[in-house]
Write a protein that binds this ligand. Structure first.
Ligand SMILES: *Cc1c(COP(=O)(O)O)cnc(C)c1O
Length: 183
């Protein structure tokens, strides 16, 4: 569960681990309310328990710094079109010594993981989108955070009984989505 503030509690995660657990997967930034999960901390726990750890970073890449080593992840996935790249392309980071079974069989493309001719133009587009996202990150964070705060303040101050869903201190700052309810 994520409770009211929309954050996974590390203690809950610890107690959910069983002997047969082989994978933990938790999204980095939530696509509905923008909350950021304690990925680095969870990654440490996964490592201690010899469990592989995947994070969906589709909503965090390009909005906050994402470093696979700092986050302690074995696997991390991103999508191109969420950072203004072309649709239909994504990337999966795979740490060394993390073995995956393909879900499709056939050609040997992408290290036997995904048969079919690679979409080179799409891949180049994703690379360029990543380059730009990284380059613009430092500038974008304060700019978008300011816009977000203005919007939140405006709604909270003018709409009676409105409130924020999710912990405001732990939100992805760029393009953050949040839900405001009216009772
Ligand atoms: C959009 C999104 C996806 C799916 O990515 P597509 O490339 O659109 O299939 C996965 N996870 C999160 C958090 C997303 O926001």
């Amino acid at each position: 569960p994520v409770y009211e503030e929309g954050i996974v509690k590390v203690e809950d995660l610890k107690s959910a681990i069983k002997e047969e657990t082989i994978l933990i997967t938790i999204m980095h930034a939530n696509n509905e309310i923008g909350t950021i999960q304690p990925i680095a901390e969870i990654g440490k726990i996964a490592k201690e328990n010899n469990i592989k750890f995947h994070s969906d970073a589709v909503q965090s890449v390009g909005k906050i710094p994402v470093d696979v080593n700092e986050l302690n992840v074995d696997l991390l996935s991103i999508s191109s079109h969420k950072i203004y790249g072309p649709k239909g392309v994504g990337a999966l980071y795979i740490r060394k010594r993390t073995r995956l079974e393909p879900i499709l069989y056939g050609g040997g493309q992408e290290k036997d993981l995904s048969p079919g001719t690679e979409n080179v133009a799409g891949i180049v587009g994703l690379g360029e989108a990543c380059r730009l996202a990284k380059e613009e990150l430092d500038e974008n964070i304060p700019y978008i955070t300011n816009l977000r705060n203005k919007l939140i303040d405006g709604i909270l101050n003018s709409v009676e009984k409105s409130y924020i869903n999710g912990d405001i201190e732990k939100k992805a700052s760029r393009k953050c989505k949040f839900q405001i309810h009216r009772n």
